[in-house]
Design a protein around this ligand. Structure first.
Ligand SMILES: Cc1cc2nc3c(=O)[nH]c(=O)nc-3n(C[C@H](O)[C@H](O)[C@H](O)COP(=O)(O)O)c2cc1C
Ligand code: SF4
Length: 520
């Protein structure tokens, strides 16, 4: 049999040269008349080792990386097709500690299969969740999802089962499933990795959601900056439809589900679910008042389930293995696993799927290996641009919705961005306000005007006007209490956490000292 060589098609790997490496391997194989099957797989998420090439051998998958096109001839010389020794050899992929120590449920197949092959997907356990769902009624499926404890991974952490139950309970001629694939949070990429590495998992999750609530149409709202994901999703959608997993008669069940991709409008606010509905309906992305809830009156006024990519991609394993299996992972009210995205100034950036409860310290040092610069870690921002900055001394915090909220932060979409001791937290706080001012939809005053005033106040504070600290604090209180959506409502988190934990960056004395006492 031909040896199989896998080179990722994931855009992170491609940006590091995976396309050129794949071309170089094909060309070298041609020159040497070596037969091989080249598969463009998803990335394993070990980004510092990308482009990571894997070879299927009698000893299992063996990895080499990071591979440059100029390394390819020497890999052939070393007989890498049979697992030969080479300075880039990493050993069996599954034994690389970064991967071995994870608990991959959602990402179990990413990097293993050909993302657009239904046969490969089914051969690796795919569509078992849908098979089980097709034998259940809607209420039973919703009950299974509710019991699993699955909460929305898009940021708000709302229980998926409750949302689904609401839509199931509404009588309507047309219901929709909308996948939020806008993935606007800085430092996050897990949605993209699923869509490029195992898109059929998302398609299966959406199909199960559709069967559960009686929806026949689905849309994936994909951020415009993801052209590779668009290509891969469209290939996977066509492949699923060809095999009867989408369309008028799902798997011969008589049930229908049609699914398409819509490319987003390129604004952070279009990830907010009601602004996304506006965008999908062809208007500018402006936040809608709630109620009505989208679950009751969403897209075109019809009952609509809106879930994040990872929420929906977590559903197949819940249906396949049962709610209790999934619920056994995690802590407190945070059940299951979280795909954590580690980025910023860190030696080993990448995707780490772990049960909720893992500490930030284990992520930043255990997996990440500390900073890439070799300097001390000073701050970590968790949860995207609206997340808090935590100092190094707080890294023992567990990644859990409630624990982070109790400490003035949020988990968001699971992004962790690392900064070394050269970071200026006053500038980071300023950036948070500036980002809000740039991305504000403009519908409410606290966010539209407050964010611009916030930038000015931080500038005044840094210039030495200490009274600005109290005004900034009051402005943040107003934004928190009176903004219509979480963009204005949560921008105070990064600002206030920077002020609280790093007052010296604003020219203020640390908390507890007389001149710093104005900082609460
Ligand atoms: C400003 C803003 C941006 C958001 N961006 C995203 C996003 O990019 N992706 C996402 O899934 N949810 C995003 N959300 C959350 C959505 O409004 C919504 O809660 C989510 O799509 C629901 O799915 P879930 O319950 O599966 O998380 C954003 C919210 C706000 C306020
Ligand atoms: S908080 Fe900002 S983004 Fe949200 S509705 Fe108000 S103006 Fe729009």
């Amino acid at each position: 049999m031909n040896p199989t060589v896998c080179v990722p098609r994931d855009s992170g790997a491609v940006s590091l040269g995976a396309g050129e490496v794949a071309d170089a391997i094909a060309a070298e194989a041609g020159r040497r008349r070596a037969d091989l099957t080249l598969v463009r797989n998803g990335s394993r998420g070990l980004y510092w080792l990308e482009p990571m090439v894997e070879v299927e051998t009698a000893r299992g998958r063996l990895a080499y990386g990071p591979v440059a096109p100029s390394d390819v001839a020497s890999l052939f010389d070393a007989n890498f097709l049979a697992g030969g020794q080479h300075r880039l050899a990493l050993g069996p992929t599954a034994e690389i500690p970064y991967l071995r120590n994870q608990q991959r449920l959602t990402f179990a197949r990413v990097g293993v299969t050909d993302p657009v092959s239904v046969d490969d997907y089914v051969g690796h356990g795919g569509y078992r969740g849908l098979e089980r769902a097709l034998a259940m009624n809607g209420a039973q499926i919703v009950e299974e999802v509710t019991l699993s404890g699955l909460r929305g991974r898009g940021g708000a952490g709302f229980p998926a089962g409750i949302k689904w139950k609401t839509t199931l309970g509404v009588e309507a001629a047309q219901k929709y499933i909308v996948c939020n694939a806008d993935e606007g949070d800085s430092g996050t990429f897990s949605d993209r990795m699923i869509m490029e590495g195992d898109p059929l998992l998302l398609i299966e999750g959406m199909t199960i959601a559709a069967i559960a609530v009686g929806a026949t149409e689905g849309l994936i709202y994909l951020r415009s900056e993801y052209p590779d994901a668009l290509r891969t999703l469209n290939e996977a959608l066509a492949a699923a439809a060809r095999k009867g997993y989408l369309g008028a008669n799902l798997c011969g069940s008589g049930k229908a589900f049609n699914l398409e991709v819509r490319v987003g409008a390129g604004a952070y606010i279009c990830g907010e679910e009601t602004a996304m509905l506006e965008s999908l309906e062809g208007r500018r992305g402006m936040v809608r008042f709630k109620p009505p809830l989208p679950a009751i009156s969403g897209l075109f006024g019809r009952p609509t389930i809106i879930n994040n990519v990872i929420t929906l991609a977590s559903v197949p394993v819940i249906l396949e293995r049962g709610a209790n299996f999934y619920k056994d992972y995690g802590m407190g009210r945070s059940r299951g696993t979280l795909p954590i995205q580690l980025a910023g100034n860190v030696s080993h950036p990448g995707l780490i799927e772990k049960a909720f409860g893992v500490s930030l310290r284990e992520i930043v040092y255990g997996y990440g290996g500390g900073t890439a610069s070799g300097r001390p870690v000073r701050a970590v921002q968790v949860g995207g641009p609206l997340g808090a900055y935590f100092p190094e001394s707080m890294l023992d915090l567990p990644l859990d919705y409630e624990a982070l909220a109790a400490n003035g932060g949020l988990l968001g979409h699971g992004g962790v961005v690392v900064f070394d001791d050269t970071v200026d937290l006053a500038q980071q706080a300023r950036y948070a306000m500036e980002f809000c001012a740039l991305e504000s939809c403009g519908k409410c005053t606290p966010c539209r005007i407050g964010s611009t005033r916030g930038v000015e106040l931080i500038d005044q504070l840094v210039a030495g006007n200490r009274e600005s600290a109290q005004v900034l604090r009051e402005l943040c209180d107003t934004m928190t209490a009176a903004s219509l959506c979480a963009l204005g409502g949560l921008t105070p988190l990064p600002v206030m956490s920077a002020l609280k934990h790093f007052p010296q960056d604003f020219g203020l004395a640390p908390e507890g000292t007389p001149s710093g006492s104005a900082l609460r």
